[in-house]
Write a protein that binds this ligand. Structure first.
Ligand SMILES: *[C@@H]1O[C@H](CO)[C@@H](O)[C@H](O)[C@H]1NC(C)=O
Ligand SMILES: *[C@@H]1O[C@H](CO)[C@@H](O)[C@H](O)[C@H]1NC(C)=O
Ligand SMILES: *[C@@H]1O[C@H](CO)[C@@H](O)[C@H](O)[C@H]1NC(C)=O
Ligand SMILES: *[C@@H]1O[C@H](CO)[C@@H](O)[C@H](O)[C@H]1NC(C)=O
Ligand SMILES: *[C@@H]1O[C@H](CO)[C@@H](O)[C@H](O)[C@H]1NC(C)=O
Ligand SMILES: *[C@@H]1O[C@H](CO)[C@@H](O)[C@H](O)[C@H]1NC(C)=O
Length: 211
């Protein structure tokens, strides 16, 4: 009887440990940067309101989580995947593809601001304030995290990035007559252009055969 009770207890214990282990991977988490101290820099003492490296060291970050920055317009939030940019405390040479600025656009100093930054890229993510020409960052307004896969991106964040810009193709035939759209005869356009295509193919073949 005692043995059976022990077994039942052990089974329950094992189940609850398993549940706890799974739990961390079944939800997305919003991390308040710096905890209650937020993301602030004191201009008089030149100190940050929190030690962001040690704050970050205590958290697990997954895709789809958010970093919530409680701050004001004296600070910026720069997110970058580029270590060189992070170490420079500056966005002057940063690429548009790996570095993003949150907030901004307010001319007034010290206005309360909250920035929600979704974590959408696995691996190292770096954050800093580039205000005061990087001085805040040099004083510790900076931290790095590693984003794990977790559950993967939720549908709300799972939009593919816009395709990179490509220059429109040059017109293939200079001075070709304008094409009149004729909705009733869809195949007409291709037929009109066909002799030209054939002659190009013939020229190309001729180039190969006779060249
Ligand atoms: C986390 O923050 C995002 C962005 O502000 C918000 O949409 C979401 O509801 C928050 N989730 C929780 C659990 O607070
Ligand atoms: C900023 O630092 C100064 C000097 O240490 C201190 O007197 C002041 O209370 C601090 N301000 C805030 C908002 O913490
Ligand atoms: C990190 O966690 C440890 C152990 O739980 C705790 O002692 C420490 O105060 C935490 N640090 C921060 C910055 O939350
Ligand atoms: C990081 O950014 C710098 C510009 O600051 C750029 O020259 C470099 O190629 C970038 N590194 C990577 C790995 O993209
Ligand atoms: C914001 O910056 C301005 C200008 O440097 C300063 O006068 C003000 O005290 C700062 N406000 C806060 C809340 O840090
Ligand atoms: C933050 O704390 C770490 C130790 O946990 C320390 O090495 C580091 O110098 C601190 N950073 C700042 C800006 O105080």
């Amino acid at each position: 009887m005692a043995m059976a009770a022990n077994m039942a207890y052990l089974t329950l214990l094992a189940l609850s440990i398993a549940a706890a282990a799974v739990e961390s991977a079944t939800t997305y988490t919003n991390h308040t940067v710096g905890g209650a101290a937020g993301w602030f820099f004191n201009d008089s003492s030149n100190t940050c309101s929190a030690n962001y490296s040690s704050w970050a060291a205590n958290q697990t970050f997954d895709l789809g989580d958010y970093l919530i920055f409680y701050t004001n317009t004296n600070m910026t939030v720069i997110q970058t995947y580029n270590l060189t940019t992070y170490q420079s405390c500056s966005t002057d040479d940063a690429l548009d593809t790996d570095t993003f600025q949150y907030g901004g656009g307010d001319d007034q100093f010290g206005v309360a601001e909250t920035m929600d930054v979704p974590l959408t890229v696995e691996g190292p993510n770096y954050f800093f304030s580039d205000a005061n020409d990087g001085f805040q960052c040099q004083q510790g307004m900076a931290f790095e995290i590693v984003v794990n896969h977790g559950l993967g991106l939720p549908p709300s964040l799972n939009q593919p990035p816009p395709p990179p810009y490509t220059a429109p193709p040059l017109p293939s035939v200079v001075g070709s007559p304008p094409i009149t759209l004729q909705p009733t005869s869809g195949g007409f356009r291709a037929c009109v252009n066909l002799p030209w295509v054939v002659s190009v193919v013939l020229l190309a073949v001729g180039g190969i055969v006779f060249g």
